[in-house]
Design a protein around this ligand. Sequence first.
Ligand code: ADP
Length: 307
Amino acid sequence: MSNKPEKFIDENGLRLDGRRVDEMRPMTIEIGVLSRADGSCYLEWGKNKVLAGVYGPRELHPRRLQRSNVALIRYRYNMAAFSVEDRARPGPSRRSTEISKVSSEAFAPVIMAELYPSAVIDVFVEVLQADAGTRTAAINAATIALAEAGIPMKNLVAACAIGKVDGKLVVDLNKDEDNYGEADLPIAFTQDGNVTLLQMDGNLTKNELEEAIGMAKKACEQIFELQREVLLNRFGQPEEIEQLAEEPEHEPEIESVQEENDEEITSELQEDEAEGISEEEIPEEEYDYDVDENTVDEEVGGEKYEQ
Ligand code: ADP
């Protein structure tokens, strides 16, 4: 780990990586990078590299997790073991569970989940390389992946962190600024200016908080521009993007999937019963998200990861 720099902002007002206080790191966005996902995105933001894949809307199992009037938005943020300087411990952690929860909530107001009752929309984000700001990078990538998957959304979502170093507010913290700075404030905005995520580490005065929110809004406007550009290149005309919100691409095929699955489950049950195995013993999903408690019990390959 690097040592604390003496100064974060030099006499010319430039930060250690040469940026001005209101300048974001360069961002590049690639859409449609995974052939098996319904929508996907690879995003680089400074040294951050994240990959997002969206699946669904699709049938949700186990059924006890289904919500009769809306789709469940299941967001999983994960940091690859090789994404940080020291190996990150694989599997879910307190931090990744928290980020998954708040990120899912950042999309809840814009995704028209009511169009897909009982279904699930899965958003998986893998952080391949981390340099502070990964939750915001992940949200920016997930927005594009959701749009590519044709998930009806009322608005795009963009996110950026504001921090404080040397007593000054700065846009889009890098790792040193995050590690040794005085505050870290990740914020997500919808295009119409509503805040859907706001977290804070450290201390800010009321005035600084207000200023920081304004700075984040400006940064998110730049991100919206980039996101729009990517979607226009992918889908052509703006009308087509608007149609994403009006005409859901995935008509309720869920019904037929459900029927097929019912048959499969029934026949599996019959076979199991024939072998003397009771219904309770049929294994459930590997990933068992307890949505009500917002906790994740995860067993991978028989090992339980806890932190
Ligand atoms: P964010 O990445 O959204 O800023 P944090 O503020 O929690 O989230 O983390 C800041 C940075 O700290 C991460 O981007 C990453 O570079 C580093 N980091 C987070 N978790 C770990 C970890 N388990 N091991 C090593 N570095 C980590």
